[in-house]
Each structure stands twice: as structure tokens, then as C-alpha cells.
Design a protein around this ligand. Structure first.
Ligand code: KG4
Ligand code: ZN
Length: 334
């Protein structure tokens, strides 16, 4: 088959990103503009500011992308866009830009679920092997997904309340750490010791998760100690929190691999950048004879290369939208 070049758009939250990927695996050029520093002033993403910043930047990024890639829009085969889930105002900007390009240049428009994008970030590393289990851990998701083949997603477990990244961000906020909390807690955890007595969250036989309990436990512990005038050792609290989180994520994922008789594991989403988690999964997968794939750090958090990669596989299956495609703040992948 002739090479296919997919132009991807990602604007689900606070990253404006465009990318060109060949055949779902070769990244030609990508630009990711993060608004993190702006939102850090408010301790979290402010949706109205996020959508305004997407509007300001998206056209400039498209122009720069084609310069970087040394390509013209005519050479593109299709336009893939993350239509959801995410912040509605943010989503609309990327979607409108993608629709405009698709309409003006007469290109097929491919709707990509943001989580499918995170999963296919792994294909930018090496071709994904099936069947596989995907552990998707981000600011909005904590899902265990079984994939029998390309673009087949069966959810076998998910969070009942907070997503794991959300719990990281909320814990960090209470401890007075900067946004986003995940990387900061990860750093602290590495220099801390696991001394605080925290529960292993939803430590049961299901594949579901719950992180609001451990989040509240950390917050309560922090306030109680403060009221008593005791010093909180943030590094140790970070290490204790992170260890419990890693314990439950690894335990349930490894059990799913065994039950589904699958020997390929991929990890996806912003929290897959977590060093403690990566190390623990590498160790366990070696022990269990499981082939593990984790995206490069730059593909862990939101980017359009992953959307263009997933878009290629959707395109091959004929998943094409018309211009009535709408943004969806919530949407099931399964
Ligand atoms: O995938 P992503 O960029 O956006 C969503 O789709 O949500 O994930 C962002 C989340 C944030 O909650 C952030 O704190 C978390 O990923 N994160 C981390 C790390 N780096 C980013 N969490 C734990 N450890 C990290 N090193
Ligand atoms: Zn994401």
C-alpha cells in the first residue's frame, strides 16, 4: 500500500498540538505547545483560558508544522482529530481547525478518541503486538483495556471515582506543590521513604480502581498532623502515596494479563511518565515474561502524534466522519 500521511490535531485539555505521522508509526513532525505554566498560576486548568489559548495558537502551529515537515497540505492523506473526551471549549478549537482543513483540501476526517490516541502512542515506538492489555493512566482515566486486534477495545476495569492523575494533582495541591502534581510527587517520592501508613486503594478481586479514598487519607493525615503541630515530611508522604498507587496498579494489571492469557502489555497516558511506576512494571514484566511497551516520555502526555498514529488505524478500517462531527466532553471508547 502507498504510504499514508495523517495530519493529527490534539486540543483536549491544555496542550495545543499538531503532527504529521506516516503509516501510523513514523513521526514526520510534531509541535506541542503546553499551557502548563499559565494554568500553574491557578493550581489547575482553567477551561476558559485553555480554549482561548488554543484559538490564539492553532493556525500558527499548522503553518509551522508544514514548514518543519517540509511538506504541503496536498501531500496529506487524511486529517485525524481528538474529538473527545476533554474540555468542551478546548476540543471545539482543534475540531474546528481539523474540519476546516478537511473541508478546504477535501481530505477525509477521522474521529479519534483521546484514549485510543494514548494507546497508539506506543505504536510510535515499535509496532504493537496483539492480543494485548493496555493500562491507560492519565488525568482523566484509569482503565485496563483488552485489545484482541487493532482498534478493538474491551474495557475490563476502570476507576469508580478519581483518575490516578487527578489524585496526584489533588494531593499535590494540598501539599502546596505546583501543578501538575504528578511529576513533582514522583520526584519527591524518589528522595523520600515510605513511612506513612496509607491504605492500598480498592485492594480486591475486581479490576476496578478507586483513588478518592487514598487521596482523602493523605489530605486528612496532612491536616491532622498540622493541627497537632507535627512536621509533615512531604518526601515521605509522597513516597508512601506513590508506593500504594503503584502497588494496586501493578497488582491488578498483572492479574489481568494472567487471566486473559496475554503476554503483551502497553502502558499509556500522562501517568505512564512516572519513573517509580515504570521501574516497577519493568521489573515485574521481566519476572513474569511479559513484553512491556511504554511510550517515550514525550509521547506520554498529550500530543498530536499519538492522534495521527491512531488515526491511521481508524482510517484503514474506514472510520471516517463527516463535517457534522461534534466534540464530546465525555465519550466511551468501548
Ligand atoms: O495524559 P495527560 O497529559 O492528560 C490527560 O489526558 O489527562 O495526563 C496528565 C496527567 C496529570 O494528572 C499529571 O499529573 C500526570 O498525568 N502526570 C504524572 C506524571 N507526569 C504527568 N503523574 C505521575 N507521575 C508523573 N511523572
Ligand atoms: Zn491525555
Amino acid at each position: 500500500m502507498k504510504d499514508k500521511y495523517i495530519l493529527g490535531f490534539e486540543s483536549t485539555c491544555d496542550e495545543t498540538s499538531v503532527s504529521i505521522v506516516r503509516n501510523g508509526k513514523d513521526e514526520i513532525a510534531t509541535i506541542v505547545l503546553t499551557q502548563m505554566d499559565t494554568h500553574a498560576n491557578y493550581g489547575g486548568v482553567v477551561p476558559e483560558i485553555a480554549s482561548r489559548m488554543h484559538v490564539e495558537n492553532i493556525s500558527i502551529l499548522i503553518e509551522k508544522l508544514f514548514k518543519d515537515a517540509n511538506m504541503t497540505i496536498d501531500e496529506i492523506d487524511a486529517v485525524a482529530v481528538a474529538y473527545g473526551p476533554g474540555l468542551i471549549g478546548s476540543l471545539l478549537v482543534g475540531l474546528q481547525a481539523a474540519k476546516t482543513v478537511a473541508f478546504l483540501y477535501n481530505k477525509p476526517l477521522i474521529p479519534v478518541h483521546h484514549i485510543a490516541g494514548h494507546i497508539y502512542a506506543n505504536n510510535l515506538l515499535k509496532p504493537m503486538e496483539f492480543p494485548l492489555i493496555a493500562l491507560v493512566i492519565s488525568g482523566g482515566h484509569t482503565d485496563i483495556i483488552y485489545m484482541k486486534e487493532d482498534y478493538s477495545f474491551k474495557k475490563i476495569g476502570g476507576t469508580l471515582d478519581d483518575a490516578v492523575g487527578e489524585a496526584y494533582d489533588k494531593v499535590a495541591r494540598v501539599l502546596g506543590l505546583s501543578y501538575p502534581g504528578g511529576p513533582v510527587i514522583d520526584e519527591l517520592a524518589h528522595i523520600g521513604i515510605d513511612t506513612y501508613n496509607l491504605p492500598v486503594p480498592k485492594n480486591d478481586d475486581s479490576y476496578d480502581f478507586s483513588f478518592s479514598g487514598i487521596k482523602s487519607a493523605v489530605i486528612n493525615l496532612y491536616h491532622n498532623e498540622k493541627q497537632k503541630g507535627n512536621e509533615i515530611i512531604k518526601e515521605n508522604l509522597a513516597a508512601s502515596f506513590q508506593n500504594r498507587v503503584i502497588e494496586i496498579l501493578t497488582k491488578k494489571t498483572i492479574r489481568a494479563l494472567k487471566e486473559y492469557n496475554v503476554s503483551n502489555l502497553i502502558i499509556a497516558g500522562g501517568v505512564s511518565a512516572n519513573k517509580g511506576l515504570r521501574n516497577e512494571f519493568i521489573k515485574l514484566c521481566q519476572k513474569e515474561g511479559i513484553k512491556l511497551s511504554i511510550p517515550d516520555f514525550k509521547y506520554c502526555t498529550d500530543n498530536a502524534a499519538m492522534i495521527a498514529a491512531a488515526g491511521y488505524f481508524a482510517y484503514k478500517l474506514g472510520i471516517i466522519a463527516d463535517l457534522s462531527l461534534n466534540a464530546k466532553a465525555t465519550d466511551n471508547l468501548y
